[in-house]
Design a protein around this ligand. Structure first.
Ligand code: SF4
Length: 235
């Protein structure tokens, strides 16, 4: 077991592993690499990457998961139907939120713009190449992170726990990742627009800015969320 790994680091990252400084301390990355080494066998990959925890002094104790399973009571068909209805209504509220609508429009327009564009030539301005890489990566990531943030907020409103933290929660963590990506995408669209006198890239910069303002308004504490590893320079 690699004890130097940082718990939950991959829950609030941008998943851009090839640019990440924490690959050696990330279980998700280790699992991805190990799964590829095991020809796509996820179970074998996880075991190779993180192993099976064993107590120091001998026989394996009953795992927490096993104990929870013993206490688990099968829900009734009525309870399952009610939970599914709740989930459906929740997903509908999330999809109809203004943030979701703007994020969807932003993703579609960005993808269309990127599809119409030829790959940059080898001697292209490195600033523009970098900007293109960023908008391409973030255009999909942002929508996914915002969906998760909205869903987490809906869930926490309905299933509030007394010790839920008003800042350090999944909704704020996911919104923070989206906000960081939107900020760098805005600058990237600006660089692309200025380099190519591209009015559509300028429109996409404005749309990213609008979305960022919306998210900032809806999740005012998001930037105070401490992302494991990334916001902990002492690690
Ligand atoms: S924390 Fe880094 S290595 Fe792990 S999944 Fe995220 S980007 Fe990849």
């Amino acid at each position: 077991m690699n004890t130097d790994r940082i718990d939950f680091i991959s829950a609030y990252c941008d998943r851009w592993c090839e640019r990440c400084a924490f690959t050696q301390r990330c279980s998700a990355y280790a699992c991805d690499v190990a799964t590829a080494m095991c020809d796509g066998d996820l179970a074998a990959g996880i075991e190779l990457a993180v192993g099976v925890p064993q107590p120091a002094g001998g026989g394996r104790e009953k795992a927490v998961g096993d104990r929870l399973l013993e206490q688990y009571e099968e829900p009734s068909a009525q309870e399952i139907a009610a939970a599914m209805e709740e989930e459906r209504a929740r997903a509908e509220r999330v999809e109809s939120a203004e943030i979701s609508q703007v994020a969807w429009t932003y993703m579609m327009l960005s993808h269309e713009w990127l599809k119409r564009r030829d790959p940059p030539p080898a001697d292209a301005d490195p600033v523009v190449r970098e900007a293109l890489d960023i908008v391409a990566w973030d255009s999909t990531l942002v929508g996914a992170k915002l969906h998760r943030a909205l869903l987490a907020r809906e869930r926490s409103a309905e299933e509030a726990w007394p010790d839920d933290d008003p800042v350090q929660n999944d909704a704020n963590g996911s919104a923070k990742v989206a906000l960081i990506s939107l900020e760098r995408s805005e600058s990237s669209w600006r660089a692309i627009a200025q380099a190519g006198r591209d009015a559509q890239a300028a429109d996409l910069e404005a749309l990213a800015a609008r979305l960022r303002a919306l998210v900032g308004g809806e999740f005012p504490h998001a930037m105070a969320f401490v992302r494991p590893g990334f916001d902990e320079p002492w690690r």
